[in-house]
Design a binder for this molecule. Structure first.
Ligand code: SAM
Length: 352
């Protein structure tokens, strides 16, 4: 069966690797923020993915014109799709529920903005197509059993039945919030980029609400989780969100520029650094980035990996540039909730 998933733009490759490993899936290409794949795995298994924001069973994919004829083309794709019944079957298996009658709603999204019709018109065109195809179904505006999502991007319509719900992107553990908390799916991607292994001592020195630590815990086995933040409120939020899970774990109030950890004692560091929008804020970040880089260079074991997310790429590169035992393996752009940022992966040379 064919599926697709939404991911934060820039993380398509990491998501594809997770999907291939978790679902024994075959890649079917990708576009900005969307990955396509085929798998025979049970549909419930798709709901266990950590890097995806939403997953869908494919109904239709094909070119649609920007003019009003695009509405009829989209309707025809959906009405005549040979994949529709199987996509509905996948949703019913992924989220089994006893029902008398199928209720559905349509979500229409678009990226390009070139069309000579509005989103509501696309939604209505698709609603008509679904009503024609499944006359016994009932359209409802909210709390539908089935959601048919359509995305128009670069002249192509992508339509699918949504398998996930909001708990895939938001999870259920974030009871306590802090400002600038990271999207769990992005945190999971950073964790996967760090090449996690069963025996890891894993550190997030600026843990905020604890998202990265929790995503590392959810990923699988480790030896120890370590986290801290300079703000007592953030430490408290992390402890609340973690609850009694993910042992052994130690969360402390500390300054990431002066960590109470031994030299060469950590296998993996993953951190989402504070970043500023104004010039003054940027200047103030310099000593923090320099102190953080010094501590990462010190506490990482030889061969260890550090993964950082920031929009201050130059500041981070300069700070790490002072430590020749660390080399920058990869840096690539990521869009987090519409904001441009960078993901940087560093390794500590094995002979240090
Ligand atoms: C972008 S937030 C991290 C958000 C976190 N990844 C999450 O998902 O909630 C950056 C965090 O760094 C913390 N921080 C700033 N300066 C610090 C320092 N010197 N030592 C430790 N933490 C610091 C802030 O209090 C803030 O919680």
């Amino acid at each position: 069966m064919q599926f697709y998933a939404f991911v934060a733009p820039g993380l398509e490759e990491i998501a594809q690797r997770e999907i291939a490993a978790h679902l024994a899936a075959e890649r079917q290409g990708q576009q900005r923020g969307v990955v396509f794949f085929a798998t025979d795995a049970p549909p419930q298994a798709l709901l266990e993915l950590g890097t995806t924001e939403d997953v869908f069973a494919l109904v239709a994919r094909g070119p649609v014109a920007a003019g009003r004829e695009g509405l009829a083309q989209a309707g025809a794709f959906v009405a005549e799709s040979p994949l529709f019944a199987d996509a509905v079957g996948a949703q019913r298996r992924a989220r089994p529920k006893r029902i008398k009658r199928i209720t559905y709603r349509i979500v229409a999204q678009r990226r390009s903005g070139q069309q000579r019709y509005v989103r509501q018109e696309m939604r209505r065109a698709l609603q008509q197509a679904v009503a024609w195809r499944f006359p016994r179904w009932k359209y409802v505006a909210e709390r539908a059993l089935l959601e048919v999502w359509a995305l128009e991007a670069a002249g192509e319509l992508l339509c699918g039945v949504r398998l996930s719900d909001q708990t895939m992107r938001h999870r259920t553990y974030k009871v306590a919030q802090v400002e600038a908390s990271l999207r769990p799916t992005v945190a999971r991607a950073l964790v996967l980029l760090s090449e996690p292994a069963d025996g890891d001592v894993f550190l997030d020195p600026m843990c905020g609400a604890g998202t990265i630590l929790i995503e590392r815990g959810l990923h699988g086995r480790y030896a120890q989780l370590l986290g801290g933040d300079i703000r007592p409120a953030a430490v408290a939020a992390t402890r609340t969100n973690i609850g009694p899970r993910y042992k052994p774990i130690a969360v402390r109030q500390w300054d990431a520029r002066d960590l109470p950890l031994a030299d060469g004692s950590v296998d993996r560091v993953v951190c989402n650094l504070p970043f500023g929008k104004k010039m003054g804020e940027r200047q103030a970040l310099r000593p923090l980035y320099e102190g953080f880089a010094r501590e990462v260079a010190r506490v990482l074991k030889p061969g260890g990996v550090a993964v950082c997310l920031t929009s201050e790429r130059t500041l981070l590169a300069k700070a790490f540039g002072a430590w020749p035992q660390l080399y920058l393996e990869r840096t690539f752009p990521v869009e987090v909730l519409g904001q441009p940022a960078f993901c940087c992966k560093l390794k500590k040379l094995a002979e240090y």
